[in-house]
Design a protein around this ligand. Structure first.
Ligand code: F6P
Length: 369
């Protein structure tokens, strides 16, 4: 905790949910622009909403912003569990939930923030909306590798994750080819297929499985065998962690009980890989890209996007456009009500041009190939 300077406009900033490349670029843009405008103190809330509940924060000075544009993760820390409206408390091995919003609201008011900038995905922005309804001037900045936030066509972090996943697919291509194997690559994305779709197309996947199109194992086997018949003795299958068979369920890796969104997906590639090998008789291997996709330095695209989102957020603070998120639609920056953002995740529409383009190139989506 830091002593705060009196008679200065104060902007609070926090990052919530899973980390991703570009968060620091947003923090830098918000803080640097606001500091340059003058008369502003920037308060970095530590570990997302956890810091609001426990009153943990520190002042961000110009020197804290140097060198962070290219840095992955978040200098403020984050939490995927802390929700002031449903805060998990573990005592004697027993888990209970408590409404800690009054404490969080008291702490925010104690800081006398003229605005709280919340950088996060749908969970973080949903909580931001609740804080707004409770009288806090908030502004949201959309962050996630999943690219699934309602109201914006693109989130920062996505391009970096696509790049990492594509790099992984490229590397598996050569080994699949050399060993005449089927290689499955599982990518993240939660219940949306954006990451699998983009990296699958960029990496030349033969089969791409996304949550929006439930798959039929027979279609996958048929595709793999048909490639064999044509002399292509390997296949690359890009699997979204949230994909599921027709009439079946997702594969759950773990349940995080303390979290408001407790299901962690993962492991479908292994399940599917075993099935493909058993049924087709072709040697198969599976790789789960996992958290590698959230690490490292943001791509230039994400650095530019994050910087613009950060500066737009400051414009919105100056215009007192509270209760809104800055987003991108049709290549323009827009302001989207957090109420609309909270309506749910943005899935890949079945008539999306990228699905059509991939199908035109004979890519199989596990429905009918
Ligand atoms: O939302 C980002 C994300 O990486 C998802 O793609 C993934 O399902 C989830 O977070 C993983 O969560 P955790 O970091 O808790 O394992």
């Amino acid at each position: 905790m830091a002593t705060i300077i009196k008679n200065k406009r104060r902007i609070g900033i926090l990052s919530g949910g899973g980390d991703c490349p570009g968060i620091n670029a947003v923090i830098r843009a918000v803080a640097r622009k606001a500091i340059l405008e003058g008369g502003v103190e920037i308060i970095g809330i530590e570990d997302g909403y956890e810091g609001l509940i426990n009153n943990e924060y520190h002042r961000l000075e110009n020197r804290d912003l140097s060198g962070i544009l290219t840095l992955g993760g978040t200098i403020l820390g984050t939490s995927k569990k802390a929700n002031p409206y449903r805060y998990a408390i573990k005592k004697d091995g027993k888990l209970t939930f408590k409404d800690m919003s009054k404490t969080a609201l008291k702490n925010i008011r104690g800081l006398d923030l003229s605005c709280l900038v919340c950088i996060g995905g749908d969970g973080t922005l949903g909580i931001a909306y609740k804080l707004f309804k409770d009288g806090i001037p908030v502004i949201g900045v959309p962050k996630t590798i999943d690219n699934d936030i309602m109201g914006t066509d693109i989130t920062f972090g996505f391009d970096s994750a696509v790049w990492i996943a594509t790099e992984g697919i490229d590397r598996l291509h050569t080994t699949a080819q050399s060993h005449h194997r089927v290689m499955l690559v599982e990518v993240m994305g939660h219940n949306a297929g954006w990451l699998a779709l983009h990296s699958g197309i960029a990496g030349g996947g033969d089969i791409i499985l996304i949550p929006e199109i439930p798959y039929n194992i027979n279609s996958i086997i048929e595709k793999v065998k048909e490639r064999h018949r044509r002399g292509k003795k390997f296949s690359i299958v890009v699997v979204a962690e949230g994909a599921k068979p027709k009439g079946g369920n997702v594969v759950i890796q773990r349940i995080v009980k303390e979290s408001s969104d407790p299901i962690r997906l993962g492991g479908l590639a292994f399940v599917l890989g075993d099935q493909i090998e058993k049924i087709s008789g072709i040697e198969t291997r599976a790789v789960v890209m996992g958290h590698l996709q959230r690490g490292g330095s943001p791509t230039p695209f994400d650095r530019v996007l994050a910087t613009q989102l950060g500066t737009k957020a400051v414009d919105m603070i100056n215009a007192r456009k509270f209760g809104y998120m800055v987003g991108v639609r049709k290549n323009s920056f827009v302001e989207i009500s957090l109420k609309d953002v909270a309506k749910g995740a943005r899935k890949v529409p079945l008539d999306h041009p990228l699905i059509r383009a991939a199908k035109d190139l004979d890519t199989c989506f596990g429905d009918k190939c």
